[in-house]
Design a protein around this ligand. Structure first.
Ligand code: GZL
Ligand code: ZN
Length: 347
């Protein structure tokens, strides 16, 4: 009898040890398998996109982010999203974490044009393709697969063509005050250059000052406050002045800064009926200001890049090359439009 009990104990000890060893091997195998093998069957085809967004500085940016999330959802693409809070170093960290995680594709909005070569080389060495979204960079083109976004130069040209047409019967000088966006960003360079390219053919246009408003409503308000308190001459409360010169037109690189300027004009009860106001983005609040007669022209910059981005992600994941540049369709709104035809902007 005793013998039998001993045998049973021995057998159960061996089978327990075998189970423990099997479990250990299974757990260890999970640790060392590359990520892609860990996926369940339904996840196997789910692409993973690492996306670094610059922040939420404007309604435009918020809509841009929403569009990307919505499209990822619709396309069954898993998104690792990072909000850089307007700091390039946070974007560099996020991109490096996407590389470690071995995402399938990286896409990012480069807040400024320079400083991306090293991190893009690391992504290239890791075999992870990169798509630039919304803004462009100064880097070796072989370090990224392509760009998707707006044609900032054409947006600047549109603003200038509107102004040229608006002033076609004026023979005197037309003075312009420019509010520019985030310094060293490609979109500011493009919107400035496109605007100046068209005006260069008409000597009567003079850009008398350009101020950096960093695409922020609060900065647009400050710029307005300065114009009204430091540069305002005379008590007629009509129009804006810079260093004693009347400002005939304001060209603002985005609606947030424009709306900030309008906040200041309202606060200081300044009438700018005869100041030509031109803005870029076309968020709902600026279209409302246009229909209320506070703005004359709003150039659209289309934030809805999500659907196109996911198409490009899937093309790349299938080993296809993507176009070096993919522009979004854009239009322009002016005081001469039939406002009843306007659709809600959605942001
Ligand atoms: C333009 C985009 C700009 C928007 C601003 O493509 O980069 O950044 O015009 C946003 O509203 O802040
Ligand atoms: Zn004030």
């Amino acid at each position: 009898m005793k013998e039998t009990v001993k045998k049973i104990q021995l057998i159960s000890m061996i089978s327990f040890l075998a189970a423990v060893i099997f479990l250990l091997i299974f757990i260890l195998s999970l640790q060392f398998k590359p990520k892609s093998k860990n996926k369940t069957p339904e996840q196997q085809e789910r692409l993973i996109l690492g996306f670094s967004q610059i922040g939420s500085e404007s309604a435009w940016r918020t809509r841009n982010t929403q569009s990307i999330y919505e499209a990822a959802e619709e396309n069954g693409i898993q998104i690792l999203f990072d909000d850089a809070q307007q700091k390039q170093e946070n974007q560099l960290k996020a991109i490096r974490s996407f590389i470690v995680y071995q995402v399938d594709v990286i896409a990012f909005v480069p807040i400024v044009e320079d400083g991306w070569d090293n991190v893009l080389q690391e992504a290239k060495d890791a075999g992870i393709p990169v798509i630039l979204v919304d803004r462009q960079i100064n880097a070796d083109p072989s370090l990224y697969a392509g760009f998707l976004g707006e044609d900032g130069i054409e947006e600047g040209r549109r603003a200038a063509r509107y102004l040229v047409n608006k002033c076609k019967n004026r023979t005197d000088e037309v003075t312009i005050f420019e509010m520019s966006g985030t310094e060293n960003s490609s979109v500011v360079r493009d919107r400035s250059n496109g605007f100046r390219e068209i005006l260069s053919a008409y000597p009567k246009f003079k850009i008398i000052h350009s101020e950096n408003g960093d695409f922020l409503r609060s900065r647009g308000k400050e710029i307005g406050d300065n114009l009204v308190t430091k540069h305002f001459y005379g008590a007629n409360r009509h129009g804006l002045y810079f260093e004693g010169t009347k400002i005939d037109a304001v060209y603002s690189h985005n609606d947030s800064m424009t709306l900030g300027l309008l906040d200041s004009l309202a606060e200081h009860n300044i009438n700018t009926k005869d100041t030509i106001m031109i803005s870029v983005d076309a968020e709902q609040k600026s279209i409302d200001a246009l229909t209320e007669g506070k703005l004359n022209c709003v150039v659209e910059c289309n934030p809805n890049l999500g659907p196109k981005l996911m198409e490009l992600v899937k093309q790349i994941a299938n080993g296809e090359t993507i176009p070096r540049i993919t522009y979004n369709s854009e239009t322009m709104f002016t005081e001469d439009d039939d406002f009843s035809k306007y659709e809600p902007r959605g942001y």
